[in-house]
Ligand binder design. Structure first.
Ligand SMILES: [Zn+2]
Length: 260
């Protein structure tokens, strides 16, 4: 592709709009994953249907965001309320892609980070509900990590160290606490994320995730007035996502702080 095309503002606006719509559509698929994976259902087979009356959704009822708004959040057939989680996940996925695109631009690594963000939306919601992180979802991020090593093969050691930087200490915590403090799912998540981000970045993601996790968890316990078991995955995912966006400037600032 010629450089000229990338400098054309109309082409950029068009490309961003297409990626936003694709983000909504993939968000719609993430909703299917969030519902079906904990039930052990196949995510590819059988058309989407109302969970109450079994009404099979027509094509215009599958348009992300708008179908929910037009139908007023209800099934057209039985008027059962459709959770607001559906449009939120669709819009959230598209917006999370937009932020990554704004910072990383049109590069191969942007695709890996967007795929990781989408996968982490599914991981976070399922972990929050079931306190479990599906191995297949962690493996998916691991595959993105392998792609990152291939793309950035000159720095392969940075990513391979990342594979172990947080996962080994986490594994020790799991063994010592007998899976009370965290689960093996968190270990695999940080191994996969380490391969995708590299060791300094995955350490930063862990610091951000643990800090935000303890603050938000304390607030939530205050509000609900009961000790609730902590799902660690969503906070780790938040740390990973913020590191994807702001990791480079934060690490640069921190290292200049150490040197001076
Ligand atoms: Zn229905």
């Amino acid at each position: 592709m010629s450089d000229y095309l990338w400098l054309n503002p109309f082409f950029i606006i068009y490309a961003v709009a297409v990626i936003f719509i694709l983000g909504l559509l993939i968000g719609s698929f993430l909703n299917v994953c969030i519902y079906r994976i904990p039930l052990g259902q196949n995510i590819a087979i059988s058309r989407s249907h109302c969970m109450k009356c079994g009404h099979v959704l027509k094509w215009y009822e599958l348009i992300p965001l708008f179908s929910w708004l037009i139908q007023g959040g209800k099934c057209r057939s039985c008027k059962e309320k459709i959770s607001i989680q559906y449009p939120i996940v669709e819009l959230g996925n598209a917006l999370s892609w937009m932020a990554i695109l704004a910072i990383w631009g049109f590069r191969p690594v942007t695709i890996l980070y967007c795929a990781c963000a989408s996968c982490m939306i599914v991981i976070s919601i399922i972990d929050e509900r079931t306190k479990e992180i599906n191995l297949g979802l962690n493996l998916f991020i691991g595959l993105l990590g392998i792609a990152r090593v291939v793309l950035d093969y000159r720095n392969w050691l940075y990513f391979v160290i990342g594979l172990f930087a947080v996962s080994i200490p986490f594994l020790i915590i799991v063994i010592v606490s007998k899976e009370r403090a965290m689960g093996l799912g968190d270990v695999y998540l940080m191994a996969a994320a380490g391969l995708l981000l590299g060791w300094k970045h995955v350490l930063l993601a862990t610091v951000i995730g643990c800090t935000l996790g303890s603050i938000i968890h304390l607030i939530r316990m205050k509000i609900s007035k009961k000790g609730k078991e902590l799902a660690f995955g969503p906070y780790l995912c938040l740390g990973i996502y913020l590191t994807i966006l702001f990791g480079n400037p934060i690490l640069k600032w921190y290292i200049s702080f150490l040197v001076h």
